[in-house]
Design a protein around this ligand. Structure first.
Ligand code: ADP
Ligand code: MG
Length: 249
């Protein structure tokens, strides 16, 4: 379980996230929504140590040191980015492999990796990476350069990378952004399939409301860094403050 309490992030005079608390329990899918600029990405950046933040975060009851990139990842909490973080010059398979903590761009280029003995030892990981591409429907693109992918494929490549990491909790920052209706529905199917197969608990950050309705157990709504509503999707939609926040944006 991931529990964040009173997370606060300031950029100069602007309070981008103002004492936001939330928990994501095992198997749960929680939506974090709100108009553009309401602090959703900053909240995820705070949890993952990419921006300085106040407050506290615990994973399975153990405290996480804020402000350290990688700290929550080591505790089984992975994330994707609002703009896919893909290495254009690498193949899709390599892009998935560089997501592993023990891999990076340097090890990937190292000659010793190409030695047959090493290839044998690494075969399990390559297989895992290939399975991740299969899961996201990119297996036939395994040896294509990521730079050749369409936008929707880049999004799926990012998902393949975290899939290989077998997270207990996954933070997805606007995974449907830039996807068309069909791609968006495919993503919902993929995430549902993953969950049914014992996949991670999800914190789904979205700007688009309709994407979340099918998936979420609970939702939290931000406006200007503050939580303005929380509850089951139906309750949240019925809340006039939520409608105002969206209409006002
Ligand atoms: P959302 O993801 O909900 O669209 P963000 O978290 O990206 O919103 O942004 C929340 C607020 O924080 C916005 O006012 C934005 O301009 C500001 N902000 C985000 N990141 C930075 C940063 N690195 N430096 C300064 N201001 C930032
Ligand atoms: Mg954002």
């Amino acid at each position: 379980m991931l529990a964040a309490r009173d997370i606060r992030v300031r950029f100069g005079g602007v309070v981008a996230v103002d004492k936001v608390s939330l928990t994501v329990r095992d198997q749960e899918i929680v939506g974090l929504i709100g108009p553009n600029g309401s602090g959703k990405s900053t909240f995820i950046n705070a949890l993952t140590g990419l921006v300085p933040a106040e407050g506290s975060v615990e994973v399975d009851g153990k405290p996480v040191t804020l402000g350290r990139p990688g700290a929550v990842a080591r505790m089984g909490v992975l994330r994707t980015f609002q703009t896919p973080q893909v290495h254009d010059e690498l193949t899709c398979l390599e892009n998935v492999l560089v997501g592993l903590p023990e891999w990076n761009l340097r090890t990937l280029g190292a000659a010793w990796l190409r030695r047959p003995s090493m290839m044998r030892a690494e075969r399990g990981r390559w297989r895992g990476a290939y399975e991740a591409l299969e899961f996201t429907g990119l297996a036939d693109r395994a040896s294509a350069q990521a730079g050749e992918l369409s936008y929707g494929e880049r999004r799926r490549l990012e998902l393949a990378r975290v899939y290989l990491g077998k997270p207990a909790t996954l933070l997805l920052d606007e995974p449907a952004a830039g996807l068309n209706q069909v791609e968006s529905q495919n993503l919902v199917r993929l995430l549902t399939e993953w969950r049914d197969a014992g996949g991670p608990a999800l914190l789904l950050v979205e700007h688009k409301i309709d994407f979340l309705e099918e998936l979420c157990h609970r939702m939290i709504v931000l406006e200007l860094g503050k939580q303005i509503a929380a509850g089951e999707p139906a309750e949240v939609w019925a809340d006039p403050r939520v409608m105002d926040a969206y209409l006002g944006s």
